[in-house]
Write a protein that binds this ligand. Structure first.
Ligand code: SF4
Length: 325
């Protein structure tokens, strides 16, 4: 796993539901190189959050990993004893959620929670409080010492998101997973949070997995991008390749439908025609065949393998076969 903080290999997951099995992720490969921010993009239901929960080993009880590996620093997380996995969470592996209340304890003050996460540190209580106040100051929370006494419900959503980022500053994980963390924020707060993430990356010397449906945010801060469609990685590569030279018809459609790219006034936002396939019954064909404007006979018959198009850039599409660089 040289150079990678995390690597997901051939990961497949099944959810057992009362209506039968659902297959949210299939044969997923993702590398997260050290020091890089890797963006995961795709429509709702593409499997972005399931991928994040698999990395944290926080999948719901009805999930079954049917194949593959999830490596962090060379260890297969899926095989780690539960206690060792708990030790990794919050130290070498951390996650910030879209709704910060998911990770903040509503009945403990911010200060108590920021002391809790330093429990391994040999520093004195006074030193830990000083570090917590410093982390709050760094994410732009004024009057930090006083804020430590307050409870999560006393802060706005944007402030709570910053508090979660401040906690990550204290933890310094090797891999930080940020799941749709700017979705509920206005544009000013979003710009501040993106700036903070960039700073955090430089400070962590680790990596960030940035999950978002906001292509503008991904283009702004990510080094690499993984495009998920209905549970499969259809394309991945360096950020400039994905946005300037997208090779998979789905990636092209996703980029063309990005509202930020529309230059003329319009009453209707462009959408990709058709529906995401039913994940209860996965076709043998290309997973995008039912919505693809360039579909061919072979696409309805065979699932395309990944084709390497350039350095670190690959896509699953029959149109690309034979164009390997
Ligand atoms: Fe479209 Fe065929 Fe490529 Fe699938 S394999 S994306 S259907 S051209």
């Amino acid at each position: 796993m040289s150079g990678n903080v995390a690597a997901i290999r051939d990961l497949s997951i099944r959810f057992d539901t009362q209506q039968g099995p659902v297959y949210p992720l299939r044969n997923v490969d993702v590398d997260v190189p050290r020091g890089q921010i890797v963006g995961i993009v795709g429509e709702s239901g593409s499997g972005k959050s399931t991928l994040a929960l698999a990395l944290m080993r926080l999948l719901p009880g009805n999930a079954v990993v049917t194949g593959g590996e999830v490596e962090l620093l060379g260890k297969d997380l899926l095989k780690l004893p539960a206690e060792e996995m708990r030790g990794l969470r919050g130290t070498r592996l951390a996650m910030i959620f879209q709704d910060p209340m998911t990770s903040l304890n509503p009945v403990r003050s911010i200060g108590q929670q920021m002391l809790d996460i330093q429990y391994r540190s040999p520093a004195s209580r006074a030193e830990k409080i000083a570090k917590a106040a410093d982390a709050l100051k760094r994410v732009g929370i004024p009057d930090a010492r006083e804020q430590l006494k307050r409870y999560p419900a006393e802060f706005s959503g944007g402030m709570r998101q910053r508090i979660c980022i401040a906690m990550s500053l204290l933890q310094k994980p090797e891999l930080l997973i940020a799941d749709e963390i700017t979705t509920a924020l206005d544009v000013t707060l979003e710009a501040q949070v993106l700036h903070l993430l960039r700073e955090l990356r430089a400070e962590l010397k680790g990596s960030i997995l940035f999950i978002s449906h906001n292509l503008g945010a991904v283009a702004e801060i990510c080094d690499r991008v993984v495009v998920l469609y209905a549970g499969e990685v259809v394309e991945q590569g360096p950020v400039f390749e994905i946005f300037d030279r997208p090779q998979h018809p789905y990636t092209r459609a996703l980029v063309e439908c990005d509202p930020a790219r529309i230059e003329t006034t319009t009453r209707e936002l462009p959408v990709i025609p058709g529906d995401v396939p039913n994940l209860r019954s996965i076709p043998r064909s290309c997973i995008f065949a039912a919505r693809c404007a360039e579909v061919m006979e072979v696409c309805r018959r065979d699932r395309p393998p990944p084709t390497v198009i350039g350095k670190g850039h690959s896509a699953r599409c029959h149109l690309l076969e034979g164009v390997e660089s």
